[in-house]
Design a protein around this ligand. Structure first.
Ligand code: ADP
Ligand code: MG
Length: 679
């Protein structure tokens, strides 16, 4: 039962099944105190009567409990036979539960009940823990209180040595942390609220600290040990491009990041860098300059994109920028034709191709490079960690890796989910951008929205209409899209207006063609699902209408919105919503209307959804914290990161005596010994 319902397999799991709150046993309320406002309450009294009444589904156990001030009715619909066995008339019971009224009389349904003996651990009274327990367990009579008893017995058996310290003493002292053993006692059975808080703080810190030590070990050991190809010189490719073909002045942030990358790649160790930049901050140019740097040092580069469309667009963009340069660029995707594929594979192997742009097709085993020196992963959240790792095995010395995010990630999330990478931030947009105006409109106002879009198109601009694509019901969204297409067409009739439509079900050539017609301005309107989401760049598009905006997540909305506001014209994002939008959906929309800053949007997204749901980090074990929260315990995380970094910097292999316990703990965790299974 414990295993199935609560995933408790070992004593360790039981110790880490933490209480959701504590009740003060010294605080026992009287029955007379119960009123309509009372929520959960604890009372003590004598059992004066119990009966089983009703038949079949209405069968229930009803008991009367009496204290000096009155009587309350206790009712159970489930686990009747089990509960019945533990009830004795005339005995004193302690009862805890949520109160309600039935026919004007107070009652509790499925209260926790036990015979009334003041609880003590080591001779001292304590606050009693309340554990999360599932309905199924409750029905079998295993409620929070039973779990408390189990945990209590376990803690009585455990000695300090079983829960030995794993944080170096100097840190425990400096931060005045409670010891590990004491913390486990006090998180379950604290004698005061103060003790509980100290225990909680310590265990939260421990969670962050251990995770950070692991990440810093990976990062700093790799930095120290890994060999990396050396980009020692800035040569003709980079210089010629920079001096003659760079279409604009780099922003300060772009310059800074290029410099960081240059330093990183010059020192003979592998670069593993996360580049965080808001939508439109110009990450592509940073990628291009890095690839030219690789070429100057006789290394090939690969640029991986999450979708075919984006790979194609990168390819076109790069070939255009490089058209007067002697740089060979190739495009390799799932739909590359056999002959072309053959040519590319040969070209990569004999170093005729400097730069390959593609989708995950690049990491297939058949693709071999002569001299791969740099891998850039664009909009990385679509790529799994394993896929990335595969790329590293493509040369003897692993290539440098630059991961570029689609939208910013909050700092705390980056610290935990990508803590093993170094990271750069581009927090500056190219000059001259006019902020996008974002508004929310009800679906009912579609006609006036269409009127507005028409005005923009008359001014020579282009517009996007985006429809949600819901994974679970692809068919439905497809029909929605088609309906939407017809609707848009009726507002914007041919031949005056031309519409492109792009969705996931089209063959790649058709998708490409439709996309291309929009990019070249041949069509004024793009109707699409979120395949357009990442990276696509059409500066003349100044309006985006997002249908059923309540169905999108925050960072997705922000990413979508980033498709407009890329040119010199004022741009608009119109979020159409139905009237049934939930509270959270309305909050998301409000945030979108309030700010254009991707870093702010990301913070909000994390606050609202929690780290587990942020795209791309779902499988990340680094986020499995039981107590700590990267949203609510930012300060503690920062502290843990600092301390972990200091320790690993000073003692890269944890060989110093003061780190012995920590090392020991990490090894034990790694091999998962230490706790015997619960029988
Ligand atoms: P993202 O960071 O979202 O990938 P892109 O690399 O697609 O952004 O760049 C967005 C747009 O800004 C492109 O049209 C690009 O040419 C332009 N751009 C990039 N850097 C600069 C700059 N320093 N000055 C002016 N425009 C720039
Ligand atoms: Mg991009």
């Amino acid at each position: 039962m414990l295993k199935k319902e609560l995933e408790i397999y070992t004593f360790g799991d039981l110790l880490q099944h933490f209480p959701i709150r504590h009740i003060d046993k010294t605080k026992i309320n009287t029955i007379a105190e119960i009123n309509y406002q009372t929520d959960y309450i604890q009372i003590a009294g004598k059992l004066i009567q119990f009966d089983i009444i009703g038949e079949k589904r209405s069968k229930r156990l009803v008991a009367q409990l009496k204290d000096a001030t009155g009587t309350i009715e206790l009712t159970w619909f489930q686990g009747i036979s089990w509960i019945q066995k533990s009830l004795y008339i005339g005995t004193e019971y302690l009862v805890f539960g949520k109160t309600g009224f039935f026919n004007g009389k107070p009652q509790m349904v499925h209260p926790e009940i036990e015979s009334f003996v003041p609880a003590k651990l080591g001779g001292k009274a304590f606050l009693e823990p309340v554990y999360p327990s599932t309905e199924k367990l409750k029905a079998k009579g295993l409620n929070g209180r039973q779990l408390a008893k189990l945990t209590y017995s376990l803690l009585e058996l455990i000695k300090p040595a079983d829960l030995s310290e794993n944080i170096p003493e100097s840190i425990v002292k400096e931060l005045k942390l409670l010891g590990r053993y004491e913390s486990y006692i006090n998180i379950h059975f604290p004698s005061t609220d103060q003790h509980y808080k100290k225990a909680l703080e310590r265990l939260k810190f421990e969670e962050f600290f251990i995770a950070q030590v692991r990440l810093q070990l990976v990062r700093l050991q790799r930095n120290a040990q890994s060999r990396g190809v050396v980009f020692e010189r800035v040569g003709p490719y980079f210089n010629e491009f920079y001096d003659q073909y760079l279409p604009f002045e780099l922003t300060g942030a772009q310059k800074r990041v290029v410099k960081e990358i240059r330093q990183d790649t010059a020192r003979g160790r592998q670069m593993n860098r996360l580049l965080q930049g808001d939508v439109g901050s110009g990450k592509t140019m940073v990628a291009l300059l890095s690839m030219l740097l690789a070429a100057d040092n006789s290394y090939q580069s690969a640029l991986m994109a999450p979708t075919e469309i984006l790979a194609q667009q990168h390819y076109q963009g790069l070939t255009q920028l490089l058209n007067k340069m002697p740089v060979e660029v190739a495009l390799l995707t799932g739909s590359t034709k056999t002959a072309e594929r053959k040519r590319i594979l040969a070209g990569l192997l004999n170093d005729d191709i400097h730069l390959v742009v593609g989708t995950h097709a690049i990491i297939e085993d058949k693709v071999q490079f002569k001299n791969l020196g740099l891998v850039i992963v664009d909009e990385q959240h679509r790529f799994g960690v394993a896929q990335r790792a595969k790329l590293w095995t493509k040369s003897v010395i692993p290539p440098h890796v630059l991961v570029m995010t689609a939208t910013p990630i909050p700092r705390t999330l980056a610290m935990t989910a990508y803590g093993d990478l170094d990271y750069s931030i581009m927090d500056e947009l190219p000059p001259g951008r006019i902020p996008i105006t974002t508004v929310q409109r009800n679906e009912m106002a579609r006609a006036s929205v269409m009127g507005f879009v028409k005005e923009e198109i008359e001014k020579g601009r282009q517009a996007y209409f985006i429809y949600p694509l819901i994974e679970e019901s692809e068919k439905l969204s497809y029909e929605d899209l088609m309906q939407g297409y017809e609707q848009v067409k009726s507002f914007f009739p041919e031949p005056r207006y031309k519409i492109s439509m792009v969705h996931g079900k089209q063959p790649p050539e058709q998708k490409e063609l439709n996309m291309q017609r929009f990019v070249s301005g041949d069509t004024q309107i793009m109707v699409s699902t979120t395949v357009i989401e990442v990276g696509v760049n059409v500066p003349n598009a100044s309006v985006m209408v997002i249908e059923s905006a309540e169905k999108f997540g925050l960072s997705q909305l922000h990413q979508l919105r980033g498709r407009v506001g890329r040119g010199s014209e004022k741009s608009f994002c119109i979020l159409l919503t139905g009237s049934k939008a939930s509270k959270e959906a309305r909050e998301r929309i409000n945030i979108m209307c309030a700010t254009n800053d991707g870093f702010k949007v990301a913070e909000k997204d994390l606050e609202m959804r929690g780290p587990g749901d942020i795209e791309g980090t779902r499988q990340s074990g680094a986020l499995n914290f039981k107590l700590a929260s990267i949203v609510n315990d930012k300060g503690l995380l920062q502290l843990a990161q600092q301390k972990a970094e200091q320790i690993v910097e000073r003692d890269l292999h944890l060989e110093q005596p003061e780190n012995a316990l920590l090392k020991n703990y990490l090894t034990q965790q790694h091999t998962k010994v230490g706790w015997s299974k619960i029988a």
